[in-house]
Design a binder for this molecule. Structure first.
Ligand SMILES: NC(=O)c1ccc[n+]([C@@H]2O[C@H](COP(=O)([O-])OP(=O)(O)OC[C@H]3O[C@@H](n4cnc5c(N)ncnc54)[C@H](OP(=O)(O)O)[C@@H]3O)[C@@H](O)[C@H]2O)c1
Length: 278
């Protein structure tokens, strides 16, 4: 099996590492990419192509794992591909349909990752819909955890968007309330008492959620834009608009981060004194 990745960040490198362990050949293209992406790809035995079109000729499956704002743009670059095109980005049903319509292949897949790739690795749950979904599901034979939920593009991303409204909203609330608690010196106590309501695993998942929102604030703000876009057509999204606003403010404040904070205190220290503010 040969799989090509457009974008080589957290999702691509994690899935690539797992797939390579199962004997899959992995390709990507580093033209125009950042130092972080180049270092990630070069630290693994990934085969490099000079552009995405060349990669599409070699790979049986192409995964798009860029940032939400780039999903349509990168799909447009591929006017002819032989294999299956899988869009893994967190985008609204309207955006994924637009992206897949632009790919020169009829075997396209709307795929939605449910959960943290960092924590679950290759076994992270992925739901999929679209004409190529059953072909994509064959990667379960290489250790993936894909479930086909329908034949139409937009079905998987709709579920993902509604789930995101909840998970990102909760993460934003946690960051806000625990940051205030940290400044008052009572963050551990607040976490302890919420855990008594939410259950024993709450602390670990709360810290993981806050750290991910913090580290990926820019990308998550793009994802929330997609959520708000979808919800606005169906209801009045007061809460999701506030989550979007808080993620944009966080991303503007922090700039691009090199690494995740190791714990909650490091996170709040950084929030109170971002690097670029000296
Ligand atoms: N991380 C998760 O757990 C998770 C879960 C569910 C869904 N997702 C979705 O999966 C996608 C990827 O997420 P991620 O966590 O891997 O993000 P990430 O770590 O920020 O990586 C994004 C990658 O895309 C590259 N990229 C950006 N624009 C590009 C373009 N025009 N052409 C080619 N490559 C481009 C980036 O390169 P540069 O470094 O050069 O910018 C980087 O390598 C996102 O759409 C996200 O919504 C992620």
């Amino acid at each position: 099996m040969r799989v090509g990745f457009i974008g080589f960040g957290e999702v691509a490198s994690t899935l690539a590492r797992g797939l390579m362990g199962e004997g899959v050949e992995v390709y990507t293209c580093l033209e125009g990419r950042s130092v972080r992406t180049k270092e990630l790809a070069r630290s693994m035995d990934v085969q490099l192509c000079s552009n995405n079109q060349e990669m599409a000729k070699k790979a049986e499956m192409i995964f798009s794992a860029v940032t939400p704002s780039q999903a349509v743009l990168v799909a447009r670059e591929l006017d002819h591909i032989q294999g299956v095109y899988v869009d893994l980005n967190n985008v609204s049903p309207a955006t994924v349909k637009e992206a897949l319509k632009n790919v020169g292949s009829s075997d396209t897949v709307d795929a939605a990752i449910l959960g943290s790739v960092q924590r679950n690795g290759l076994k992270v749950k992925i739901i999929a819909s679209g004409a190529g979904a059953e072909e994509f599901e064959k990667l379960n034979g290489y250790g993936m955890n894909i479930e086909v939920i329908g034949s139409e593009p937009g079905q998987a991303s709709a579920i993902k968007m509604l789930r995101s409204a909840y998970t990102k909203g909760v993460s934003a609330l946690l960051l806000e309330s625990l940051h205030a608690a940290y400044r008052m010196g009572i963050d551990e106590e607040v976490l302890k008492y919420i855990s008594q309501t939410e259950g024993p695993d709450f602390k670990e998942s709360a810290v993981s959620r806050m750290t991910s929102s913090f580290y990926h604030a820019r990308r998550r703000s793009e994802e929330m834009e997609e959520v708000v876009k979808m919800l606005s057509a169906l209801t009045e999204p007061f809460m999701s608009k506030a989550t979007l606003e808080s993620l944009v403010a966080l991303a503007d404040k922090l700039g691009k981060l090199d690494k995740r904070p190791a714990n909650m205190h490091q996170l709040f220290q950084k929030l109170d004194k971002p690097d670029h503010q000296g």
